[in-house]
Design a binder for this molecule. Structure first.
Ligand SMILES: Cc1ncc(COP(=O)(O)O)c(C=O)c1O
Length: 392
């Protein structure tokens, strides 16, 4: 088959190659410490599992309305009320197949072909691909520790072009775990507003914060599109469930897009997710968050002791974006060597953009502390036998 031209712009994830090779090594009997995958290692929370089992027994699983089960949309609205003190019309909430489905909805709602979308480099690799799929032009702006790896209003002011239509923000961010400070978030939204642009705020790592909590962009504007998901904080990756909050004026368009793109998000997952907001479940998720915080500290300390630099301590998500420039000039080669020779899987910076990817490796702390320590020991051993390849 002759595939469409648009595919030429869609890049694969290098992490998938790492994962495939790691699985192959495991089949050959090797033990691999996985720090490459952005997926919580905890099982689906028990309350959610029980709700799914009950639903499977008692409910005939059919399509739901395109925007999702009204009771789930109301439960999500209640969550914003409790957590952020924001009262939302539940009709603005669209339940989607993961944050991925929500991003698709957002692009379909906001972006015209040929328009530019500003995003941070490094950032989540799918953002530019979603922009391209909808005919837009991703414009990645290099960020580093001087802006805590975040976009800023100053950066937008310098780079915004007449053909730009909006921005994608993420806080806490993948791959850096950085959080946009409340004033900076307000500044970004005000800047884009002054250009009549759109803001897509990816809040998928909300709840996974270890110092200050994140503010939702909804606090500063009711014109933003907010993306969120049950995948990360709620620990439900495989249930493929997320949501988008859209402005009142976009409800009708979102309804039509949702109907056409996916009819409805998975019904069983929606019924299960109704239990996600129960107090008992939130208590379990908070215990998990505490464990993530402890893991983060162990991993950061361990990496620094090995010679990695962590220019901005990650404050959220479950990632450490570590600078390995004192150890190698080529993070991808180091990632491959760590996998083959040390049995540790990590993701090289090249998955997240073009800004100095050779300097960085992303480590996920989605493994237990004993496993993380084992991974660190293996890296230490590897580095002992392969001293620094870069002259200082
Ligand atoms: C920043 C970010 N946004 C969106 C997604 C998509 O998540 P999902 O579709 O599982 O909800 C991910 C997944 O890793 C992510 O890291």
């Amino acid at each position: 088959m002759k595939t469409a031209q648009r595919l030429t712009g869609i890049s694969p994830f290098f992490v998938m190659e790492i994962l495939a090779r790691a699985k192959e090594l495991e089949r050959q009997g090797r033990d691999i410490v996985h720090m490459e995958i952005g997926e919580p290692d905890f099982p689906t929370p028990p309350k959610v599992q029980e709700a799914a089992t009950r639903a499977l027994r008692d409910v005939d699983i059919k399509y739901t309305p395109a925007a999702g089960l009204p009771e789930l949309r109301k439960a999500i609205a209640g969550f914003y009320e409790r957590k952020h003190g924001i009262s939302l019309n539940h009709r603005r909430i669209f339940v989607t197949p993961g944050a991925s489905g929500a991003l698709m909805l957002a692009m379909g709602l906001a972006l015209n072909p040929g328009e530019g979308v500003l995003l941070a480099d490094p950032s989540y690799p799918c953002y530019p691909n979603f922009v391209r799929l909808f005919g837009g032009v991703p414009r990645a702006l290099p960020v580093d520790e001087t802006s805590e790896f975040n976009l800023s209003a100053e950066l937008l002011n310098t780079h915004w072009a007449p053909s730009d239509a909006g921005i994608i923000l993420a806080s806490p961010a993948n791959p850096t775990g950085s959080i946009i400070r409340p004033n900076a978030l307000r500044g970004l939204i005000e800047f884009v507003d002054s250009r009549q642009g759109f803001v897509i705020s990816d809040e998928i790592y909300h709840g996974l914060e270890y110092q200050a909590s994140s503010h939702t962009a909804l606090r500063y504007s009711d014109q933003v599109i907010v993306i969120n998901s049950f995948s990360k904080y709620f620990g439900m990756t495989g249930w493929r469930l997320g949501w988008a909050v859209v402005p009142e004026s976009a409800i009708d368009g979102a309804e039509r897009l949702a109907q056409n793109l996916y009819i409805s998000a998975p019904t069983l997952s929606q019924l299960a997710a109704l239990a996600a907001f129960d107090d008992e479940n939130i208590e379990e998720l908070e215990r998990r968050r505490q464990q993530f915080a402890e893991r983060r500290d162990v991993l950061c300390q361990g990496l620094i002791a090995l010679g990695f630099l962590i220019p901005a301590k990650p404050e959220g998500a479950f990632y450490v974006y570590a600078d390995c420039s004192r150890l190698t000039a080529d993070s991808q080669a180091l990632a491959l060597a760590l996998l083959e020779e040390a049995g540790v899987a990590v993701t090289p910076g090249r998955d997240f953009g073009l800004h100095q990817p050779e300097r960085y490796l992303r480590f996920c702390y989605t493994a237990s502390i004993p496993r993380l320590r084992q991974g660190l020991d293996r890296i230490a051993n590897y580095l002992k036998h392969h001293p620094m390849t870069v002259p200082s």
